[in-house]
Ligand binder design. Structure first.
Ligand SMILES: O=C(O)CCC(=O)C(=O)O
Length: 276
């Protein structure tokens, strides 16, 4: 049934954990069967893109990943999957995801972008520790990521790792080379807190939370979809990381969009472009 009522929030305990740590793992948000279908959908998408040799789909990941491991690295990725697959478009407006996001952001939840990652077996690329804030700073810091797990992500598969509480300290100095990242000697991936997840779990974290992930050394891929979301009234501080689909409402309303064409809405992609 379609309803505007909130049906799927985080528990009080989960909200308290997030408030203290800047991340929370919500267990079993999607069933294993549903996650298996989304996994099929993402792998089929990757195959379609690889079959036409799209150069953006397969890479070694961030070149700064070489500071984390000497081993071979590979990452399969696609931005804004909602333009490729209706099943994935439906997923990002699913109230089981967006109601939980609303417990962190507020009732109105707006899309920034999506990113599918497949970390291939034995060489799935690591991400050095970083804050997403360094890529797309906003005024009110409502931006969060939700990583939806389409298969199990134990430590050996290179699950996401975080520095609990780091979101309370603002922006750390990043090295802007090969993917913005923190100095790897000071912030080793393997010393951060691992967030091993199971199929169907969703990890929510603030864009100020220091996070990264290790190499996938197992014989199975790690498959995830990251959905980056914000309060529509939270303004970007620059024109970084614009993409198609940015500004789509996933839950609630955009009060600026509804306030008439005379109201500037810097938070929306098209109005940003027309100001350039
Ligand atoms: O999915 C991962 O392993 C990490 C991704 C990440 O850190 C990012 O996209 O900012």
């Amino acid at each position: 049934m379609i309803t505007s009522e909130k049906a799927h929030g985080l528990t009080g305990e989960e909200i308290a954990f997030y408030d203290q740590n800047g991340y929370v793992l919500a267990k079993g948000v999607f069933t294993r069967e549903e996650a298996a279908l989304f996994r099929e959908e993402t792998h089929a998408l990757a195959h379609r893109l690889m079959s036409v040799s799209d150069p953006s789909v397969r890479s070694e990941g961030w070149t700064s990943g070489a500071k984390v491991t000497d081993l071979r690295r590979e990452l399969v990725h696609c931005h804004n999957v909602q333009f490729h697959s209706a099943a994935l478009a439906r997923l990002i407006i699913d109230p089981r995801l967006t109601d939980r996001a609303a417990d962190i952001i507020g009732p109105n939840v707006q899309l920034h972008h999506t990113k599918m990652f497949i970390k291939p077996p034995e060489r799935g690329a690591p991400f050095p520790m970083h804050q997403d804030y360094s890529y797309f700073p906003h005024e009110n810091h409502t931006m969060i990521a939700a990583t939806i797990h389409f298969d199990d992500a134990p430590i050996e598969k290179g699950c996401i790792r975080v520095v609990p509480g780091s979101f309370k300290n603002g922006l750390y100095d990043h090295i802007h080379e090969g993917g913005s990242h923190l100095p790897t000697e000071q912030y080793p991936v393997e010393e951060a807190t691992p967030c091993p997840a199971e199929t169907g779990d969703v990890l929510f974290f603030s864009y100020l939370t220091i996070h990264g992930s290790g190499l996938n050394i197992t014989d199975q891929p790690r498959t995830t979809l990251l959905v980056q979301m914000r309060d529509p009234s939270d303004r970007p501080m620059g024109l970084q990381h614009l993409s198609r689909g940015q500004g789509v409402m996933l839950r609630g309303i955009d009060p600026e969009a509804d306030a008439g064409s005379h109201v500037a809405s810097k938070s929306r992609y098209l109005s940003q472009l027309s100001e350039e």
